[in-house]
Design a protein around this ligand. Structure first.
Ligand code: LLP
Length: 419
């Protein structure tokens, strides 16, 4: 996380002290680095520069309008999964021609909105969905580009909840059915331009092998189809590139890019990428304030004002996020502790069995690292806790990009009925 560094014992995001931002805006607080976002986007762009792909940032990862806009300004398209995400993309004026839409459960209204917005591709995940897109396009008098999301049945070696391309998973269409769609069913779909293959095999993947295996299957399918007269013009290889949360070995981005490029260099097609975590994950932290320090007969706890409702990854996937003090003091003893929130669940922890300095005290700040991806977007109001504020730092300035929920926001949509 090169944009989060200590200077004179204080943790900074770019040139702004995190303590100073929290003193002004309070905690829980997500802080994102502008440079962190664009440098990872540009590293990806650079690695694939020989084939200049369309890089569609995966909005679900961190859908704050300002974050998406920063990336759109760098030339990113958007990978969306709902009408809500389409609304966001349109709000920041991402051209329809740079939007791709995945999801196993697109509703008719969402399909209609996507066609009207002129999106580049629907990544279709079932035959009935193809039928509905075709019917809707017919109704609107349009021909819609569609990619078939294939399920290549590969092991992604990641958490089982975020593995998406095993045949047991709900995602995509098996290879045999995909062939049948292109070769036989397609003639039925007069309002579809079935010219793309899409895949997304999972998330937080740190090995090249699963990507290479999926690629091999996709290229084989594209070649077979071309021999039978069906031309695939776009291959969307999805997202999934993992990041370093702790001590993992990073994926070799250049090796990954080279193997993708090598696999498609003799085929005339446009590549699309849908990265998310790789762009935003290490560009953000979550700041928490220590409320109490509690020693029980068997365990030590640091209780903070930030909880599973703010960052659910540790509770949900047993995910590891580094936790570090925002202001360092003299070196002393470390003690083993759990960092927990106020929510009424024993799964409400941010970190377990961590070694932290014994000088930590009430009101000190902790930074939960690598919280830029799947952080705020997965947060909730559980326990009627207002959702956190979000801040974007660029050089020596910071900008509030989402206000903290007020208590009014918590009940704003509720109706007290007279029963
Ligand atoms: N494309 C599709 C179709 C996806 O389903 C996803 C993520 C992406 C792209 C972006 O994947 P990425 O580059 O970020 O790996 N909440 C989980 C991760 C869920 C991933 C969902 N799909 C977590 O916190 O680890």
């Amino acid at each position: 996380m090169q944009d989060f560094k200590f200077k004179r014992n204080k943790l900074f995001c770019e040139q702004v002290s995190l303590q100073a931002i929290a003193d002004k805006l309070g905690t829980p607080l997500f802080v994102y680095s502008y440079n962190g976002l664009i440098s990872s986007f540009n590293a990806l762009k650079q690695a694939f520069s020989r084939v200049s792909p369309l890089i569609c940032y995966s909005v679900k990862v961190n859908s704050n309008l300002s974050v998406c806009r920063v990336l759109a300004q760098q030339g990113a398209g958007m990978d969306i999964v709902s009408g809500g995400e389409l609304f966001r993309a349109k709000k920041i004026k991402v051209p329809g021609k740079k939007i791709v839409y995945s999801s196993v459960g697109k509703t008719e209204a969402e399909i209609e909105a996507g066609i009207k917005a002129g999106i580049l591709f629907f990544n279709a995940e079932s035959v009935p969905e193809l039928e509905l897109i075709n019917k809707t396009a017919f109704k609107l008098g349009k021909i819609q580009k569609v990619a078939v999301r294939i399920n290549p049945d590969v092991e992604a070696y990641t958490h089982r909840y975020i593995t998406t391309a095993k045949k047991q998973n709900k995602f995509g269409i098996d290879l045999m059915t995909s062939r049948y769609i292109f070769l036989t069913l397609s003639s039925k779909f007069k309002n579809l331009d079935l010219c793309g293959i899409h895949m997304h095999i999972g998330s937080q993947i740190l090995k090249n092998i699963p990507f290479a295996q999926a690629m091999e299957k996709a290229v084989k399918l594209i070649t077979e189809l071309s021999e039978k007269g069906v031309k695939i013009t776009h291959l969307n290889i999805g997202g999934g590139i993992g990041i370093v949360y702790n001590q993992e070995k990073a994926l070799d981005l250049c090796a990954y890019a080279s193997s993708v490029i090598k696999a498609v260099e003799n085929i005339d097609l446009k590549l699309i990428l849908e990265p998310g975590r790789f762009i935003a994950g290490n560009a953000g932290v979550l700041l928490a304030k220590i409320l109490y320090i509690k020693q029980t007969p068997v365990k030590h706890f640091i209780i903070v004002d930030t909880a599973m409702n703010d960052l659910i990854r540790p509770a949900f996937y047993q995910a590891y996020h580094q936790v570090i003090p925002v202001c360092m003091r003299k070196k002393t003893e470390l003690y083993k502790t759990d960092i927990v929130g106020p929510v009424c669940e024993s799964s409400d922890f941010l970190a377990k069995d961590r070694f932290l300095p014994d000088w930590l005290k009430q009101n000190d700040l902790l930074a939960v690292m690598s919280a830029g991806a799947y952080g705020f977007v997965m947060s909730s109001n559980y326990n009627s806790r207002p959702r956190a504020a979000e801040v974007l730092v660029k050089a020596d300035k910071y900008y509030l990009i989402r206000k903290r929920d007020s208590f009014g926001d918590l009940v704003g949509n509720e109706i007290v009925c007279n029963v």
